[in-house]
Design a protein around this ligand. Structure first.
Ligand code: NDP
Ligand code: 8X3
Length: 250
């Protein structure tokens, strides 16, 4: 029987690449994001390969998250894989200069949003006595870098929650693990720099940055291990990136 994956942040970058790779490998999809038109387009593209259902919600909206997931159609009720991917950085400023709105966005989306979605889905996995949760953390959740402050804190929280979920769900036989990328060329920096595409492009140039497909490939590897194998915590960086802030840009 085919598995079903629930992917947050499927409208762009890592989430979209994962959705496409899962579809190629016959994993049915529940695709989430705020941008309805992108979800519709992706569904049209993938529906010939697998069953696809889309959910449009903002992960910050607690009631909407629970209501939407509760209302999933019968054929999408059983969720085998949850990819907690929705998230972004907002701003790159010294802490003393940071925008409180940016701080709220990062904590609300990257931490609280991940918690809401997980809370809505974990009981289903417990009832099924199986499931696999992949939390997309970051190298920023392993090391703090200059001006990374609140984004790093949000990803350190994801790191802690990944470990906490694995511990608390252990007795239920549910797999939990994190994939923590370094620099991946997606819309991430455009969001961080509020649409400044030149500044965003400069983050990934001149270096051979990771691409969303590289991370999708790793996520697919993680979910296709035999059930007794759980990849608990994985860090992946471009070869040019030795740490969060040692980056060879020559
Ligand atoms: P993108 O900006 O390309 O994608 C972000 C995704 O998150 C979009 O699909 C977006 O959908 C969704 N999202 C953002 N805010 C919300 C919200 N409030 N509610 C629902 N969905 C939301 O970035 P990436 O693909 O790079 O990022 C994916 C994950 O990878 C993030 O958690 C990020 O922190 C992490 N990461 C990224 C790295 C990088 O260098 N790119 C490195 C390490 C980790 P929509 O706007 O339609 O809602
Ligand atoms: C994204 C990686 O280094 O831009 O999480 O923060 S970084």
């Amino acid at each position: 029987m085919r598995k079903t994956a629930f992917i947050t942040g499927a409208t762009s970058g890592i989430g979209m690449a994962t959705a496409k790779l899962f579809a190629q490998n016959k994993i049915n999809l529940i695709l989430c994001g705020r941008r309805q038109e992108r979800l519709d387009k992706l569904k049209n593209e993938l529906a010939s390969k697998v069953d696809v259902h889309t959910l449009t919600f903002d992960v910050r909206d607690r009631e909407e998250v629970f209501r939407t997931i509760e209302g999933l159609p019968e054929s999408f009720q059983k969720i085998d894989i949850l990819v907690n991917n929705a998230g972004n950085a907002h701003g790159l400023d010294l802490m003393q200069d940071g925008s409180v709105d940016d701080w709220d966005a990062m904590i609300d989306i990257n931490v609280k949003g991940l918690l809401y979605v997980s809370k809505a889905i974990m009981p289903r996995m417990i009832e099924q006595k199986s499931g696999h949760i992949i939390n997309i953390g970051s190298i920023a959740g392993k090391e703090v870098y200059p001006k990374g402050n609140v984004y790093c804190a949000s990803k350190f929280a994801v790191d802690a929650l990944n470990n906490a979920m694995r511990i608390d769900l252990n007795e239920h036989g549910i797999r939990v693990g994190a994939v923590n990328p370094g620099l991946v060329e997606t819309e991430f920096s455009e969001v961080r720099f509020k649409g400044d595409s030149d500044r965003a492009a400069g983050v990934y140039s001149p270096l051979d940055a990771l691409q969303a497909d590289d991370i999708a490939d790793i996520i697919h590897f993680v979910v296709t291990r035999p059930y007794h194998v759980n990849i608990a915590d994985l860090v992946v960086v471009p070869t040019a990136q030795a740490s969060a802030y040692v980056i060879n840009k020559r």
